[in-house]
Design a protein around this ligand. Structure first.
Ligand SMILES: *Cc1c(COP(=O)(O)O)cnc(C)c1O
Length: 383
């Protein structure tokens, strides 16, 4: 065998030994929450398409119309000829939703954070970041070469200690967190973090991938509390509740202009296809015009937490902690036998010893299915 394939096999067998090998499984969607995998129809409680907008007739029609009007692809980077007219409308709509001066759409949420952080920070600077922050925040932070310090999950006092002890040694500082934590479903204490960041002249960045469309009347985590929180860098994705693909940053006009000039994942990559941008505009129409519909994922998640005696869900994501990786995989298989697709989340996605089932709830789930799922979880997994 050549050394390249040998290398790949060695790396894979190490993962296999630890039960951490991942596989891509072909999965045919039927209607958003029902799908076919390995020849079986399953009801998914693991999609991030919280409002089922990827399947919404108005969203699909907007995508099709954009293909007919503008073609299938953008053809170039946004700075060349790829900034088709739909972009301006989407960016205006995102800025309005988030209450900022401007917005900038990126190719994906991952590309957004890996562009934003190096555009704002360099080797002299400090990035203080929640320890459970998504891989793309960590990658963006490391690409910036700034000093990165992690604070214990949602521990504002720890973040305050890190800033008090280190802020003065760096010209600029960023505090970064997820607004809704993707593997835990809890919310960041944004009011406290915003106050802390302002006290230290640090810039607060929230990754609201799981907040937009779901919490704060669909406006996201900065709007989930009693008062809107001032978050100067509101980043998120168009790939989850928005039902399509792409990422965004909502911020002030100068910050957005800086992204156009300094974010490498904006400058050196092709613009999103027009249909994808049209999808997001149509999704925002629904979120803004139908607040009762946008409230459904959280209501469904709370039905599940009530039935399983878990703390009230704060978002559409509910983890059921198991700890051990093998037992978590077995629980996921048991649910699959019962017709439910629920993913076992294992290290390194989550810290060692905190393997879990991650349930996500969609506006499209029927209460009766949630009740049947909760009974199985309560009686055969949580006992
Ligand atoms: C999914 C996710 C991303 C990445 O967004 P994509 O648009 O899928 O690239 C970023 N941050 C968090 C917290 C996420 O859950």
């Amino acid at each position: 065998m050549n050394s390249l394939d040998q290398f790949a096999r060695d790396k894979l067998s190490a993962r296999e030994a630890d039960n951490l090998r991942r596989h891509v499984v072909e999965t045919a969607p039927l209607d958003g929450i029902s799908l076919v995998r390995n020849g079986r129809r399953l009801l998914a409680f693991c999609t991030n398409d919280y409002l089922n907008l990827s399947q919404h007739p108005a969203v699909k029609a907007a995508a099709a119309a954009a293909v007919h009007q503008y073609g299938a692809g953008a053809g170039a980077s946004r700075l060349i000829t790829g900034s088709h007219p739909l972009y301006a409308e989407l960016e205006r709509r995102l800025a309005r939703l988030k209450g900022t001066q401007a917005a900038c759409v990126f190719g994906s949420g991952y590309l957004a954070n890996t562009g934003i952080l190096p555009a704002l920070a360099d080797a002299e600077d400090l990035i203080v970041c929640d320890e459970l922050s998504h891989s793309c925040i960590r990658t963006g932070a490391s690409l910036s070469r700034a000093r990165v310090m992690l604070f214990r999950h949602n521990d504002v006092d720890h973040a305050a200690q890190l800033l008090a002890g280190n802020r003065a040694r760096h010209p600029r500082a960023i505090v970064a967190t997820e607004g809704v934590f993707s593997m835990d479903g809890d919310l960041a204490p944004l009011a406290e973090l915003s106050e802390l960041a302002q006290r230290h002249d640090a810039w607060l960045l929230t990754d609201d991938a799981h907040g937009i469309g779901v919490v704060g009347n669909g406006r996201g985590s900065a709007f989930a509390g009693n008062r809107a929180v001032d978050v100067p860098l509101q980043m998120g994705t168009l790939s989850k509740a928005i039902g399509g693909y792409g990422g965004y940053l909502c911020a002030s006009e100068p910050v957005i202009a800086l992204m156009h000039n300094r974010a490498r994942t904006f400058i050196y990559t092709t613009g999103l296809p027009p249909s994808v941008v049209a999808t997001a505009i149509a999704a925002l129409d629904i979120i803004e015009n139908e607040p009762d519909y946008a409230a459904l994922p959280l209501r469904k998640a709370r039905l599940f937490t009530r039935l399983t005696n878990l703390p009230d869900a704060e978002s559409a994501i509910v983890p059921v902690m198991i700890g051990d990786t093998d037992r978590t995989l077995a629980a996921s298989r048991l649910l699959e036998q019962e017709g439910f697709l629920v993913i076992a989340i294992r290290p390194p996605t989550v810290p060692a010893g905190t393997a879990r089932l991650r349930f996500t709830f969609s506006a499209a789930h029927a209460d009766a299915d949630i009740e049947r799922l909760a009974t199985i979880v309560r009686e055969r997994i949580m006992h």
